[in-house]
Design a protein around this ligand. Structure first.
Ligand SMILES: C[S@@+](CC[C@H](N)C(=O)[O-])C[C@H]1O[C@@H](n2cnc3c(N)ncnc32)[C@H](O)[C@@H]1O
Length: 293
């Protein structure tokens, strides 16, 4: 079949679900991924024909797209900053808002070489990512801050397996910890100069705001928190940071856009100062930073 006919079939079959530009993007990502064909191929070879064997993965991807499965899960890869990461349904697909959080940490850390010097006991600066998922935050930090020792923690063994693979394929060394941050029995004989977390923060009541492709395919344990206690992860992480963040150490959170002030208020009467709330590129309260006194 002609490649351009397959493109038309993508538009016909997906036209009721997705905008035209998104279908084009799906189609070109698929031909690039499965056939290593550049997106301009149709402009220079409009008559290009595929064998039955080459067509097959494209039609398989199309069937999954019709079920609104995210393209990243179909292809098994996602991009985060300059990284290519493997993803499956055990991990959240990394989001652009999270890239902004990493940029904030990188800027702070790189700007003050002092942060690195300040690290105590002659050891290198230590960073912990809580709820690492695909490993996106931890791997990006390890890649851009080569002198830093990075730890990444998750309760999900499936997520940790994926994060380990991603660390290896991106050539960084990370210490992975299989722990439950909510457990009262969590004991770690480590302290950190930076703790970062993008924990689950979507309330059940926000479920109907969420697109079907997120709700049906991304892991519930990565996303949802109970309506009656939506900040439970933040409280647990602040408790943990009280004991495991070094003096002047920094805590960075990605947060629920509707709960910015409430999340900030968790720091009242705690051992932290300079609490700063930041908006993401869409103008939503999305990030928070606090410094341990
Ligand atoms: C919102 S996802 C963030 C994933 C990744 N850091 C990112 O930014 O794309 C939250 C992560 O927290 C993990 N998680 C959920 N409950 C946890 C717990 N009790 N202890 C540790 N990690 C937990 C989930 O498995 C998931 O990987």
């Amino acid at each position: 079949m002609l490649l351009k006919e397959i493109k038309e079939i993508f538009h016909k079959e997906l036209g009721e679900i997705y905008p035209k530009e998104e279908i084009d993007s799906f189609f070109y990502s698929c031909i690039e991924h499965y056939l290593k064909l550049e997106r301009f191929i149709l402009a220079i070879q409009p008559g290009i024909t595929l064998t039955k064997e080459d067509e097959q993965p494209l039609f398989e991807a199309l069937s999954e797209l019709k079920l609104e499965k995210p393209l990243q899960y179909i292809l098994g890869t996602a991009h985060f900053m300059d990284l290519e990461l493997e993803v499956n349904e055990n991990v959240l697909i990394p989001r652009p808002e999270t890239e902004e959080l990493v940029q904030w940490i990188l800027l702070d850390t790189e700007q003050s070489g002092r942060v690195i010097e300040r690290s105590r006991n002659d050891r290198s600066l230590q960073i912990l990512d809580i709820g690492t998922g695909s490993g996106c935050i931890a791997i990006a930090l390890a890649k851009h801050l080569p002198n830093v020792k990075v730890f990444a923690l998750d309760v999900s063994e499936g997520a940790l397996n994926m994060a380990r693979k991603n660390a290896a394929s991106n050539g960084v060394d990370i210490t992975f910890l299989h722990e439950d941050i909510l457990s009262t029995e969590l004991e770690l004989e480590l302290d950190f100069d930076v703790i970062v977390s993008n924990p689950p923060y979507v309330r059940e009541l926000e479920k109907n705001e969420i697109q079907k492709n997120v709700k049906d395919f991304e892991p519930d344990t990565a996303l949802f928190v109970p309506d009656e206690d939506p900040l439970l992860f933040y409280r647990a992480i602040i408790d943990f940071a009280e004991n495991h963040l070094s003096e002047k150490g920094k805590l960075y959170f990605e947060i629920n856009q509707y709960l910015g002030e409430e999340t900030k208020a968790l720091f009242h009467a705690r051992n932290f100062s300079e609490i700063e709330l930041r908006k993401d590129m869409f103008g939503n309260d999305r990030m928070l930073k606090a410094i341990k006194k």
